[in-house]
Write a protein that binds this ligand. Structure first.
Ligand code: PMP
Length: 359
């Protein structure tokens, strides 16, 4: 009954969304603040009759708004159903492992190897440096058909400065794509969007899910030079020509224009991240420096899974990874200040003077 290729797939597992009780959800990097208030006003006035019609298959108005915001032309913008879909199309369009494996960091977004298996692209994981940073020099030392990494990286939160990215691109073959997944860039990093002008192989992928607080809408976008964007349209139109719906396109337009609101909630998340990191360090935790809306943290002597279980019992969800090399850590999404205070309080109760022997 099933095609043989099904035996080769190991699907991505998203962070859990349990329904058994209500939890403080700090496990999927959702934004704790609501989306732009202009979106509520738009939805209240929306004429439902318009849903009879198909959405614009080219998402022209939304692409125009994104282009204005990032200082590029519309033909350099592609939009998708969440950035996961954009990433999937990029893997299909740009990587051909006849020319060498695709390289990505050993610890990074766990969907990358899943897409490789789906599209049968050979890959190699490149170890992080000693401070959990993405090792760009190591990318240059081995053959490859392309590169992909998240900046800031997930789940570490480590962010590379723009000059390091420029230096990588200057030394990497121009006919091999470099995908920069900037899902978390607005929380303190500097986007490489301006480098698209100079590098025909650079592909920037961003999302509305994190800093724009619209994870439920499923909207992402790509900025790259025209031939690459054209290739993504070819993939899209060979698969599903109307991927982003009318409401998403409209809401996306509103969100991307409301820079003032989003700047203010992003600032709050960054402040909360720094305060929470300092508080956890005072309690003896190791917290990796982060430029994302999450931190990667560990309590010496306690495995990530044990931390996860203890906090879940207390009604708080964080994420751990059952992966050699990062089993000591949990990834904690930054919530509102009062939520992070509650987490610190629960950490104190769960672990201070009460070592989790046997966990
Ligand atoms: N890239 C990274 C690094 C992520 O962590 C996520 C969130 N799971 C995504 C892309 C995809 O996000 P979305 O599909 O919601 O845009």
């Amino acid at each position: 009954m099933l095609a043989a290729r099904m035996n080769k797939l190991t699907p991505y597992v998203p962070g859990e969304q349990p329904r058994d009780r209500s939890y403080l959800k700090l496990n999927t990097n959702e934004n704790p603040y609501p989306p732009s208030p202009r979106i509520k006003a738009f939805l209240e006035g929306f004429d439902v009759d318009r849903l009879r019609l198909y959405s614009d298959p080219l998402s022209r108005d939304l692409r125009k708004r994104i282009a204005e915001r990032y200082g590029v032309v519309e033909d350099r913008v592609f939009v998708s159903n969440g950035s996961d879909e954009a990433l999937s199309f990029c893997f299909y369009a740009f990587f051909d492992s006849d020319r060498g494996p695709l390289l990505f960091p050993e610890f990074t977004y766990s969907f990358y190897p899943v897409y490789c298996d789906f599209y049968q692209i050979g890959y190699e994981r490149v170890p992080l440096d000693e401070s959990f940073g993405v090792d760009l020099e190591a990318f240059l030392e081995r053959p490859s058909c392309g590169l992909i990494f998240a900046n800031p990286n997930a789940p570490t939160g480590h962010c590379l400065p723009l000059n390091r990215i420029r230096s990588l691109l200057e030394r990497y073959p121009e006919d091999h794509a470099v995908i920069l997944d900037e899902a978390y860039i607005d929380f303190g990093g500097e986007s490489a969007v301006d480098l698209v002008r100079n590098f025909p192989n650079l592909v920037i992928v961003q999302t509305f899910s994190k800093s724009m607080s619209l994870a439920g809408l499923r909207l992402g976008f790509v900025i790259a030079q025209e031939p690459l964007i054209k290739a993504l349209f070819t993939v899209k139109d060979s698969f599903n020509s109307y991927p982003t719906d009318m409401l998403s396109q409209k809401i996306g337009e509103i969100a991307v224009a409301d820079t003032g609101y989003y700047r203010s909630i992003t600032r709050k998340i960054v402040e909360t991240r720094e305060r929470f990191s300092a508080g956890a360090e005072e309690l003896g935790w190791r917290v990796l420096p982060s430029k994302a809306n999450f931190v990667f943290a560990s309590l010496p002597g306690v495995q990530g899974e044990a931390v996860y279980r203890r906090l879940k019992e207390r009604g708080i969800l964080v994420r751990y990874f059952d992966t050699e090399g990062i089993r000591d850590f949990v990834r904690i999404t930054i919530g509102r200040p009062e939520e992070m205070e509650r987490l610190l309080g629960e950490i104190k109760k769960a672990f201070q003077g009460n070592p989790p022997a046997g966990d």
